[in-house]
Design a binder for this molecule. Sequence first.
Ligand SMILES: [Zn+2]
Length: 263
Amino acid sequence: MYREISPETVEFFDFMQENELFDVLGRKNKRAGGFMTFFQDYRAPFIFANFNGTSSDVDVITHECGHAFQGYITRNEELLEHNDLTMETAEIHSMSMEYFTYRWMDKFFGNRKEDYLTMHLEDSAQFLPYGCMVDEFQHIVYSEPDLTPKERKDVWKKLEMQYRPLLDYDNDPFFSAGGWWQKQGHIFYAPFYYIDYVLASVCAMQFKIAMDRDYKDAWERYLKFCKLSVSDFYIPELKAAGLDSPFEDGCIKHIVEEMEKKV
Ligand SMILES: [Zn+2]
């Protein structure tokens, strides 16, 4: 797959393999999850995962390879601060890579490729309202610190009816009463961070639309965006890659219209 995407990904993947920069296979006692990190002294990205034989192994590897590819392509950047990425930018690198690998998914899923792609796209679409909801919930609970536990659950429940009206908890007493927010760890350990995923996802979707029209042009713009790291502010960087800002009116509407054509 990475041999066919572009000359840069060939170089990237060879580098990763030759230097044994993947630790992704499952082992007893290995921690769960997946991440990419960067070894500055070696100017090398590193990918950790714990494969369990499900389709999420593919999600993890394409996602983390997006982060790692960006790290690789900018590994010789002299100003370290230019690679001090924040998530609304970094997650564009990773989420877009998930889309850039779509056309090779038969290598993983055979004749169930389309099933995987449908699931992936539905998950991505559903995430936008959910991510916004997590953000709005935090705005409310921080501006009203005296809410009781029950009132906080009521806030979540009301937001769920607005953002996820088709959700059915099958009468589970805890979740039906607005308890789901306690499952969302970011609310506890990274306040107001969650919306960054939504901003990034909206931009990655624009790359998806672009690659369906002209894969090579979309890739070139993605490469340019990766090379920018965070050497400039968010909006000018988006513009440089030909992306609309998620803050602009009409941005989401346009994406929905384009994505619906695919359904
Ligand atoms: Zn990521």
